[in-house]
Design a protein around this ligand. Structure first.
Ligand SMILES: C[S@@+](CC[C@H](N)C(=O)[O-])C[C@H]1O[C@@H](n2cnc3c(N)ncnc32)[C@H](O)[C@@H]1O
Length: 347
């Protein structure tokens, strides 16, 4: 039995930000040299296959998480669909003999559909039908977050791909790694979503910091979040901050270029940087500012990928910072466009 299961290839679905699918595949090929792939949504969603057993695939992805792979889900079943209401009965049928869960366990149903194709039902309608079945048949508890199990469904023009996994195996417990935040009234800038996502994704508790430097801060979305979390912020940017922030009692604005500022030594415990500048100049500038940070400080930095090759650009930036900072995470987040978020620590 075991021998047979080892001969079956592991099949998964990978998702990356628009245009970055090929980069995610290149990273996966480094980890699994026998990888075969096929795009289901151009440059973005793809299925991949390897002879490495699934449990080992999860382990490798956990230990050496690819930067550009936003989300994975196993493909355990693939069936034809009509895009009519009858599709909603398919998953209950496929799951009816499932034995891996126990009554009372929490399950999240995540339904994603390929873009630009019409279906006679909504993703929510399909999820509701599966939830109802799982409650009645197995006594499971449908949840959105903190599930014991995730059932992932991906629907294309004519196929349904389904897999069961534990949330940690999917790299992100958000469906497809797509994490959305409510747009707030009077929001200073949408860039705030990037820092909010980093906070959620890496379980950073921003409240634990006291004195932050925000490099390339204008108009001030990141600064506004740090102020909300109770930090005092020194914002560095020659551009103006949003009028809503001006005069805030815990905000100091240095209206200068980051490469020209002079800062007190060991005065800050958090540095965030979202400058739209060359990644190498940015890295060198961050290095120059590091004496202003106390030991154990955290650095959150977006690396702009510009027209350069994504992986070599990130590697080069990390090489510039390597002697001074320890890398904790490197990830292209859902809210990152042509950029990658790095989380580093000053030893
Ligand atoms: C993407 S915006 C930052 C958005 C900001 N994180 C927010 O949440 O509103 C990039 C900023 O970097 C600033 N910038 C670019 N080069 C800079 C430099 N050399 N020194 C300081 N700021 C710089 C720009 O003026 C711009 O305001």
């Amino acid at each position: 039995m075991d021998t047979v299961s080892h001969l079956l290839p592991s099949r998964l679905l990978g998702s990356a930000n628009s245009g970055y699918g090929p980069v995610a595949i290149a990273e996966l090929q480094q980890l699994f040299p026998d990888l075969t792939t096929q795009f289901l949504e151009p440059q973005e969603v793809f299925q991949f296959q390897t002879q490495t057993p699934l449990s080992e695939v999860y382990q490798v992805l956990h230990q050496q998480e690819p930067i550009f792979l936003r989300h994975v889900q196993p493909i355990e079943q693939e069936v034809a669909i009509q895009r009519t209401e009858t599709d909603c009965a398919i998953a209950p049928d496929l799951l009816s003999q499932e034995t891996r869960w126990q009554p009372g366990e929490k399950v999240a149903i995540q339904v994603r559909r390929v873009k630009g194709v019409e279906f006679a039902y909504t993703a929510y309608g399909m999820k509701a039908a599966i939830d109802e079945f799982l409650v009645q048949r197995f006594g499971l508890v449908p949840v959105v977050r903190q599930a014991d199990w995730v059932i992932s469904l991906y629907l294309t023009i004519d196929r349904l791909y389904l897999g069961l996994s534990q949330p940690a195996h999917n790299l992100s417990d958000w469906s497809g790694g797509i994490i959305r935040f409510q747009k707030e009234l009077g929001m200073v800038s949408r860039a705030k979503f990037k820092l909010l996502e980093a906070e959620t994704r890496f379980q950073l508790d921003l409240h634990q910091f006291h004195q932050a430097l925000d490099v390339g801060a204008a108009p001030g979305g990141w600064t506004s979040l740090l102020l909300e979390r109770g930090l005092a912020v020194t914002a560095i940017d020659p551009a103006n901050l949003h009028p809503a922030l001006q005069g805030h009692p815990h905000l100091t604005h240095l209206a200068q270029k980051a490469e020209h500022v002079t800062l007190p030594l060991a005065a800050y415990d958090l540095l965030v940087c979202d400058m739209n500048w060359s990644p190498y100049q940015t890295a060198h500038t961050i290095r120059r500012l590091l004496p202003a940070l106390r030991a154990e400080s955290i650095v959150i930095l977006t690396v702009k990928l510009l027209h350069k090759k994504p992986l070599p650009t990130v590697k080069e930036v990390l090489a510039i910072l390597a002697s001074e900072l320890q890398l904790l995470h490197a990830k292209q987040l859902f809210h990152n466009r042509d950029e990658v978020t790095l989380i580093l620590r000053k030893p």
